[in-house]
Design a protein around this ligand. Structure first.
Ligand code: SAH
Ligand code: DHB
Ligand code: MG
Length: 221
């Protein structure tokens, strides 16, 4: 089994199951044209986010790590008309591309992009009593993931779904001696998760066009 096979199956699933969407395709093209790193969720992964948000009936969504807003758009498409998304992005340049994508898709009025390091924005959101979020997607800088998770629990409510991207890192997750800062960040996150009695969780390994990686899914009790 190799990366080429994973990509073929990814494409096969995507062609069969993911409807062509003008707004998502335009966003992907705009992100590439702006020179953003091509690290957004894949179309199939975006479809997973969409389905999870629908299953969750998520009206209020919080995202850490906007990039060009591809994942944000997938989540927005799952929301009811009165849905709201707050998405946190450190890079003003990324946020500007995302905003243009949201405007083109006609969902800019329901999405608030907050520019700045997420660890500065999160306490502000908490102090401002932003109503509890129904779903949180954590996908920003990996070394801070444990702290993002703690904020997600704090900003959630019983039943909130927390999804964390890029946890497995080509299997690096299982290497305690890894010198990769992102791997060590994810190991600290898993340790935090394991000792957090307020949630129940599982890990899902994935392969596909983004290689070998995985998600953590957690639910606040
Ligand atoms: N969720 C996006 C991909 C996000 S990539 C998608 O799937 O479409 C990760 C993003 O996190 C990048 O845009 C990066 O600029 C941003 N980021 C990095 N450090 C951050 C921080 N401290 N606070 C907020 N965002 C950060
Ligand atoms: C990276 C970040 C991501 O969010 C992702 O899905 C893949 C890669 C990265 O920083 O390399
Ligand atoms: Mg990611």
């Amino acid at each position: 089994m190799n990366a080429e096979t994973w990509e073929k199956v990814d494409e096969y699933f995507a062609n069969a199951l993911v409807p062509t969407d003008r707004d998502l395709e335009a966003a992907r093209a705009a992100n590439a044209a702006a020179g953003l790193p091509a690290i957004d969720v894949s179309p199939l992964q975006g479809r997973l986010l969409y389905l999870l948000a629908k299953l969750q009936g998520a009206r209020r969504i919080l995202e850490m790590g906007t990039l060009g807003g591809y994942s944000t758009l997938c989540l927005a498409q799952a929301q009811p008309a009165d849905g709201r998304i707050v998405t946190l992005e450190a890079e003003p340049r990324h946020a500007a591309v995302a905003r243009a994508n949201f405007e083109r898709a006609g969902v800019a009025d329901r999405i608030e992009v907050i520019i700045g390091p997420a660890l500065e924005s999160l306490p502000r959101l908490h102090a401002a009593h932003a109503a509890p979020f129904d779903l949180v997607f954590i996908d920003a800088d990996k070394p801070n993931t444990a702290d993002y998770f703690t904020w997600a629990v704090k900003l959630g409510r019983p039943g909130t779904l927390i999804i964390v991207d890029n946890v497995v890192r080509r299997g690096g997750l299982a290497d305690a001696r890894s010198e990769d800062e992102s791997v060590q960040g994810m190991r600290r996150f898993i340790d935090r998760l394991a000792h957090e009695p307020a949630v129940e969780a599982t890990g899902v390994q994935t392969v596909g066009r983004k290689g070998y990686d995985g998600f953590v899914l957690a639910r606040v009790r």
